[in-house]
Ligand binder design. Structure first.
Ligand code: G6P
Length: 369
């Protein structure tokens, strides 16, 4: 086991640190910036059906569901296809309205999650094409779906999913670009620009990982908090959910993720100096709005941690910590902004003496309902 951990104290840390490579692997042979092209061999035979889809329904559980939400943003923004994201467990029992023009995409690291597998069967029963984004090669979901794209993230051992999430988002970005190109929504030039941005992500993730020391200091400051709030908008809303999930899974600190603007409909009542509020506030379309939410929290004596993009000094006076990530295009931000949140939950859990790789009551793969 020590050898498998590659010198790291935990699998989770190893898997966080591997992300420049795992994300590159999820794109290898698929993203061709020079030609302005995305090639996904596993989707070739169903491409016409996918391109013609009237609607895409994404089903998944846990972290994979969060990746699905990031995928909704990507596919709607880049390919203009309507997307619904469903918890597989809800989808299977809700008698969902499906037509043969819908395509169901399921996302699963393990390829064995019982509810997600049931969603595949339900989709196929309704005559829909079922596409799988799966990490584990040869797993049940990989075998039962009609077509799919492997994540190629390599084995993920830590119960809290990290590198599978970024690989899932990277593959969803590729699907969004492919559909955007095929549907004529994106020009060749736009595809090229996005493919270049995607190809730059692995090195940018490395830059974020190189800032680990700051996150460790932050973890030391906030490790005794009993509640955390994570807020983000647009592409970074799923990152807020994922940041909160990572923290509760392995450190057992209660955490909630919310769309930043919804704060005033509830969570604002909880603000005090004891609850760190993590804002994902990159300078994208809703940045100004998020800054006013930050001001509201600061005005109520709340403790603000901000994740923003490189060179942004606006938040220095409002936040106790400002973590910078490199600039990318809006829809790809989750690939970078999630990294400091993974590291924060990891370091807090370690400092609290929690069993990071085997958190209590959780399983890596949930093969029962
Ligand atoms: C469990 C794991 C999570 C994972 C979820 C979905 O809850 O602990 O890390 O996100 O299942 O698993 P899947 O293998 O379908 O992605």
């Amino acid at each position: 086991e020590e050898i498998e951990k590659g010198g790291y104290e935990h699998f989770m840390l190893k898997e966080i640190m591997e992300q420049p490579h795992s994300v590159a692997d999820a794109m290898r042979g698929r993203v061709h910036p020079q030609e302005g092209q995305i090639r996904l061999g596993g989707l070739q035979k169903v491409l016409p059906q996918l391109v013609e889809a009237e609607r895409i329904v994404i089903c998944a559980c846990g972290t994979s569901w969060h990746a699905g939400l990031a995928g909704e943003y990507l596919i709607e923004a880049l390919a203009r296809v309507p997307v619904e994201v469903e918890y597989a467990s809800e989808f299977r029992y809700r008698n969902p309205v499906l037509t043969e023009r819908d395509v169901v995409i399921v996302i699963s690291q393990s390829g064995e999650t019982a509810d997600t597998l049931a969603a595949v069967r339900q989709a196929q029963g309704a005559g829909c094409l079922a596409v799988g984004l799966v990490n584990a090669v040869g797993s049940t979901i990989a075998r039962e779906t009609d077509a799919g794209v492997y994540l190629h993230a390599g084995p993920e051992i830590g119960v809290a999913s990290t590198k599978a999430f970024t690989a899932q988002v990277a593959v969803l970005a590729q699907i969004a670009l492919l559909l955007g190109a095929e549907r004529g929504v994106l020009s060749q030039d736009e595809v090229r620009r996005h493919a270049e941005a995607l190809a730059a992500i692995p090195a940018q993730i490395q830059t974020v990982l190189d800032g680990e020391e700051q996150i460790r200091r932050m973890a030391r400051d906030y490790r005794y908090a009993s509640n955390f709030l994570y807020l983000g908008r647009g592409a970074n809303f799923p990152v807020a959910l994922e940041g909160a999930l990572k923290l509760k899974e392995i450190s057992y600190i209660h955490a909630e993720g919310y769309p930043a603007a919804e704060m005033k409909h509830g969570p604002i009542a909880l603000i005090d100096q004891f609850m760190p509020v993590v804002f994902i506030a990159t300078r994208d379309a809703t940045y100004e709005k998020v800054v006013s939410n930050i001001e509201e929290v600061a005005a109520r004596g709340g403790t603000v941690i901000a994740i923003t993009d490189e060179g942004n000094r606006d938040l220095d006076a409002l936040a106790e910590y400002v973590v910078e990530v490199p600039k990318t295009i809006d829809a790809l931000e989750p690939l970078l902004t999630v990294i400091p949140l993974q590291l924060l939950s990891y370091h807090i859990a370690v400092m609290r003496g929690a069993d990071v790789d085997q958190p209590r009551n959780l399983a890596k793969s949930v093969t029962v309902e």
